[in-house]
Design a protein. Structure first.
Length: 260
């Protein structure tokens, strides 16, 4: 925390900088950080910070799932940085320069062949859920390589009370297609970051006219997907589909997609 605060202060160039360091200010900053993190002095503050941290961590994890789903399925080439396969709660350098335990990640990856999503959700703080979902996304990208490399993009309409909490679109190449849906603005649906959002909390549907999705919530060939059905396991979904002729899609030029 001290190293991060020093870097932030110098780069902010308000009271100190890399070229003209203010020793007195920087010493005060270091002492301030030391004292607010000393439980014998700041116990009440630290208890409040830990409570906030737990809530922000859950909201961050939910947003991370949505972000990695979008970057892996939107037109473009997604970036995946080594070392961020789990939730990355590090600050910027030097904190994010810690060594990566690739052996542990390889072990977890080997067990993600047939993931138990509900079990992974129960253990969400360990980050294994994120790695398993990344693996699933890349597996589908590989199975539908032409869809994601050369396919068209078609935004889908979301209806219902929670329509503003969902982003949905389709990708297709020929008759092969994929339906993508991710939730957003999680605070109202997670008790302010206190609990994982329940599938039945999502009231709405995605209009998939022009596409056929088999086995989605038991509604084979239906023209809509209920949010509560597709978010049964996670508040994100990537579904294989079939494109029907006659639907105009928006062609997107591939571009680089930033990391999450």
């Amino acid at each position: 925390m001290q190293a991060y605060a020093l870097k932030a202060a110098r780069e902010g160039k308000q009271e100190t900088s890399w070229l003209n360091p203010n020793e007195a200010y920087e010493t005060g900053l270091q002492v301030f950080i030391e004292r607010i993190l000393d439980r014998s002095i700041s116990a009440e503050f630290l208890d409040s910070l830990q409570t906030l941290g737990r809530r922000v961590s859950l909201l961050g994890a939910l947003n991370s799932l949505s972000q990695i789903t979008l970057k892996a399925t939107m037109p473009g080439v997604p970036d995946f940085y080594q070392g961020t396969e789990y939730w990355d709660l590090s600050l910027v350098d030097p904190d994010n320069r810690r060594p990566v335990d690739f052996t542990d990640r390889a072990t977890v990856l080997a067990s993600a062949e047939d993931p138990d999503w509900q079990n992974l959700v129960q253990r969400w703080p360990d980050g294994h859920l994120k790695l398993a979902w990344i693996r699933h996304l890349l597996k589908v990208r590989n199975q539908l390589a032409r869809v994601f490399a050369d396919g068209d993009y078609h935004p889908l309409e979301v209806t219902g009370p929670h329509r503003d909490h969902v982003i949905a679109f389709a990708r297709h190449h020929g008759r092969d297609a994929a339906i993508v849906a991710v939730a957003k603005s999680f605070a109202p649906l997670s008790q302010g970051g206190r609990a994982w959002p329940r599938a039945e909390s999502y009231d709405g549907a995605i209009d998939i006219s022009g596409y056929s999705v088999e086995g989605a919530g038991g509604r084979t060939g239906t023209a809509e997907l209920r949010l509560s059905d597709i978010f049964q396991d996670l508040p994100v979904a990537l579904l294989k589909a079939t494109f029907k002729s006659g639907l105009k899609a928006k062609r997107k030029t591939p571009s680089r997609v930033s990391r999450s």
